[in-house]
Ligand binder design. Structure first.
Ligand SMILES: *[C@@H]1O[C@H](CO)[C@@H](O)[C@H](O)[C@H]1NC(C)=O
Ligand SMILES: *[C@@H]1O[C@H](CO)[C@@H](O)[C@H](O)[C@H]1NC(C)=O
Ligand SMILES: *[C@@H]1O[C@H](CO)[C@@H](O)[C@H](O)[C@H]1NC(C)=O
Ligand SMILES: *[C@@H]1O[C@H](CO)[C@@H](O)[C@H](O)[C@H]1NC(C)=O
Ligand SMILES: *[C@@H]1O[C@H](CO)[C@@H](O)[C@H](O)[C@H]1NC(C)=O
Ligand SMILES: *[C@@H]1O[C@H](CO)[C@@H](O)[C@H](O)[C@H]1NC(C)=O
Length: 419
């Protein structure tokens, strides 16, 4: 009981901090342009790829591609992803009411959903109950009152574009919900940027962020230069990842060696227009080479955008000192089935009832055993075991998922005390 009351105090304190002080970077805007952005989302339950994609009104293949997960594998959309997994969700960052945000997500409320559970659990802190309330004109709605099942809720999600650049280099911005145990230096290190950069982007006076704050993290990206007439004008792909375009007929990747967008045919769609460069036998993404005494004559076929339903190709020919080897592309991996949890924080270990009990009547996507009490008492993750000298502040932030669990637990307590 001692533990529980101590923990309850900590939980209430944290809830208060998050409720009153959570900060999000706001980018004023005008016009109707939009840009690609990424939302950092931690799964609150085991969910199918297609369920996560549906939650964010995106395409399952696009979701996998943005995380360098094998999008072409058979049945990829139906793979089950583990609770606690951190994903980058690709989104369109629009300009709405003079502020950048993603407004594509329309959620059909399930029985027992409340504004608070939508905000803290389902959307994992990417939206606040207040913001959802405001966006739906639910002026007086109690955040803990169940919504009508089937009620359509618009969920505004935070994103920024900043001209798709950072320090004059192409960048895509990730909306990152600060977790309990995160520090700004650790977040900056995780995303290979600097504390100064994170502070500048987020207009922070000091390198301190509170759990629940949403930071805009610039990720180096490959920019495209497709004409305005292309439906994929402005395509931007974060380093180390992929994007699908041209009706899933073309896949574009970024990195690892350089930040030049590299596109090849994709085999996800049954009927794709030709991907061969005209006046040549070279396919998109490929090159024909002819070594001569003067050097290597290279003719390469690159992607120029999806215009009027056709794949624009560009053939460029030039003499290079050496014939290029095969193009390096980011490694695609299988979706993970487990998450390495790291519970190395100063917070007391959780050994309380699972959020799943409170939300027991929360229907799918959370199937059966996903958010279980057992997960609270897992041994410390491998990353602590192999790094005894590492201090808490240097721990990788993406492994600190306590906040999700904690907020679920708070919810559980609240529901419990209401009963
Ligand atoms: C946005 O970036 C483009 C090049 O990427 C540049 O030409 C333009 O001036 C920038 N606009 C602003 C407002 O920074
Ligand atoms: C891109 O990612 C690779 C690893 O995937 C890394 O080695 C490289 O430094 C990154 N490039 C930039 C500009 O961040
Ligand atoms: C690229 O060209 C080589 C040699 O012509 C060929 O063997 C290979 O299949 C081509 N790859 C693609 C993706 O077109
Ligand atoms: C390579 O170039 C040489 C000289 O320019 C030419 O004779 C030869 O036919 C070319 N080979 C190919 C495969 O294009
Ligand atoms: C390189 O090859 C292209 C076609 O493959 C040809 O038109 C061009 O003349 C060649 N250039 C040189 C310098 O050999
Ligand atoms: C696209 O197609 C329409 C009619 O089919 C045509 O008027 C327009 O010029 C085309 N645009 C481009 C960029 O080819």
């Amino acid at each position: 009981m001692d533990h529980l009351s101590g923990f309850l105090a900590a939980a209430v304190m944290l809830a208060a901090i998050v409720a009153s002080e959570a900060k999000t970077t706001i980018e004023p805007c005008s016009g109707s342009d939009s840009c690609p952005a990424l939302l950092g989302y931690t799964l609150y339950a085991d969910m199918k790829v297609s369920e996560v994609a549906a939650l964010f009104a995106t395409d399952p293949s696009a979701l996998l591609a943005a995380n360098a997960l094998d999008f072409a594998a058979p049945g990829a959309a139906h793979r089950i992803l583990p609770a606690g997994l951190f994903l980058r969700v690709p989104t369109r960052c629009a300009c709405a009411d003079g502020v950048r945000k993603s407004v594509a997500v329309r959620y059909a409320a399930r029985p027992a959903d409340t504004l608070a559970t939508l905000a803290d659990v389902v959307f994992a802190g990417l939206a606040s109950a207040d913001q959802i309330r405001g966006a739906n004109g639910l002026a007086d709605a109690d955040p803990d009152a169940p919504l009508d099942a089937g009620q359509r809720i618009v969920v505004p999600l935070p994103c920024v574009c900043f001209n798709s650049s950072d320090s004059n280099l192409p960048a895509v911005y990730l909306s990152y919900v600060v977790q309990v145990g995160d520090t700004v230096p650790a977040i900056a290190a995780e995303y290979e940027t600097t504390v100064t950069d994170v502070m500048n982007v987020n207009a922070m006076g000091s390198p301190v962020a509170a759990p629940g704050d949403i930071l805009a993290i610039p990720l180096p990206a490959c920019a495209s230069s497709f004409p305005k007439s292309a439906s994929d004008h402005g395509l931007l792909v974060a380093n180390g990842t992929y994007a699908l375009t041209a009706g899933n007929c073309v896949q574009c990747s970024c990195g690892p060696g350089n930040l030049n967008l590299y596109c090849t045919p994709a085999s996800l769609s049954g009927s794709c227009p030709s991907t061969q460069c005209s006046n040549s036998n070279v396919l998109l993404g490929n090159a024909s080479t002819n070594a001569t005494s003067a050097g290597c004559n290279v003719s390469s076929c690159s992607y120029g955008g999806f215009v009027n339903g056709s794949i624009t190709t560009l053939l460029t020919t030039g003499l290079q000192p050496k014939c290029p080897g095969p193009h390096q592309v980011p490694l695609l991996t299988d979706p993970p089935t487990t998450v390495n949890r790291d519970y190395s924080t100063s917070l007391p270990p959780l050994s309380a009832p699972a959020p799943a009990e409170a939300g027991g009547d929360m229907p799918e996507p959370p199937p059966s055993s996903s958010v279980q009490g057992g997960s609270f008492t897992l041994p410390r993750g491998a990353s602590t075991a192999d790094g005894p000298a590492r201090s808490v502040s240097e721990a990788p932030p993406t492994t600190n998922k306590q906040w999700q669990i904690l907020s679920g637990f708070i919810l559980c307590l609240i529901l419990h005390f209401h009963m």
